[in-house]
Design a protein around this ligand. Sequence first.
Ligand code: SF4
Length: 455
Amino acid sequence: MSTAAPAELSPELVQRLTGRGRRFQAAIRCPSRHDDYGAEDYTRALAEVAMRPAETLSLYVHIPFCAGRCLYCGCNTTVTHDSSRMDAYLDTLDREMAMVAERINGGDRDVLQVHLAGGTPNYLSEAQLTRLTEMLERRFHLVADTERSIECDPRRASAGQLELLHALGFRSIGFGVQDLDPEVQRAIGRIQSEELIRDVYWMAREIGFDSIGFDLIYGLPQQTEAAFARTIDTVLELAPDRVACFGYARRTTDGPHQHAIDVHELPNNAEREGLFRNAVAAFTQAGYAWIGLDTFALETDDLALAQAEGRLHRNCIGYTATPSAHLAGLGAGAIGELQGTCVQNQPNLEIWQQEVVAGRIPVNRGHRLNEQDRRRRDAISHLICNLVLPQEMAADCLDDEYRRLAAYAGDGLVEALPEGLRVTEAGRFFLRELCTEQDAYFHWDRARWHFSHSE
Ligand code: SF4
């Protein structure tokens, strides 16, 4: 599945399509339709899940605290230097876990995955990280092969902390690298030296994490082709198992701090797409498999193997080789997918705390998937993970979308095969844009962007 495409794309095509795909990945943080969904609905959904103990569960835990605000950040987080706020957060989180676990029979149901993101999960102290893990183990049925993953800020990592995380069972760790160029780092308000990244990476390697991931961002202010190429060269030299290469999406309405980024310092559309194309070429030529939209994985990595074997899945927090029937979100602003509903917890920290302390499930909004939504979600997921849209997945209710997608054959972005539409090498670079054709009103997929940009 890896594609070392030289990316000779027509400027007209880039001009015409670029920007539409950005909407696909970035516009909405959580379900766009509320459906008057509330705590009672979520409680009912948990009770229905409880009646089916064989269905698997994963947990997403949101830690909404950071030591400072990066200017590009679009995450739900709070800047604080008061560790007691995190203690109080864990107190409330434990109560929320108890409420959810009790209703879902969490103590009896194997948990496939636990993912900690934020914010900055490793801003928690070692005692707090230990406490959080113990809370999860006490409330839910974590087993020996539950995959435990955490997103970390390299500036907050230490050998002792990484050793502790490994001892607590975390085997997959992701670090926010973004760009190593000092000018870019100044422009985004996030200074972290190349030496720091190298040190943290080798500490994690020596401690024995199974999967080490880096997040990069293209489209940042002051980012040039040459400078980003140097970042990529350093990353390739270190050879992390996974690299996510996200596009910076400016959303000043949600994050007014982004106004501090000078728009005149941002690369234009063509430059931005060029940065991504160069990243694709560099990673695929170095032997990484290109996963879905924006991720690269060593061919020995689980995600690459899953994609090659057609068993890659995607939920609202990212790609996975071990999908579960339900994903419960825990913590302020956490999203989940439970019982055919996409839900988000109350993102406001104080309100989330008040709700939990009052004994109410702190759900803020949700969208129940109808049959059409499910078909659309499955079609998008299948297209992203397998680069194919089988005709039968579109039959009956997605016929118009299928036709619109098929029209891209004229641009050479898809090819019509007897079994369905396949995305071509050139079309791969416009996969987001192609997905918008399946994305008429239900924006499930956009929820993940918000969380995948933590750290
Ligand atoms: S990018 Fe990460 S570290 Fe920076 S403010 Fe956002 S969540 Fe915090």
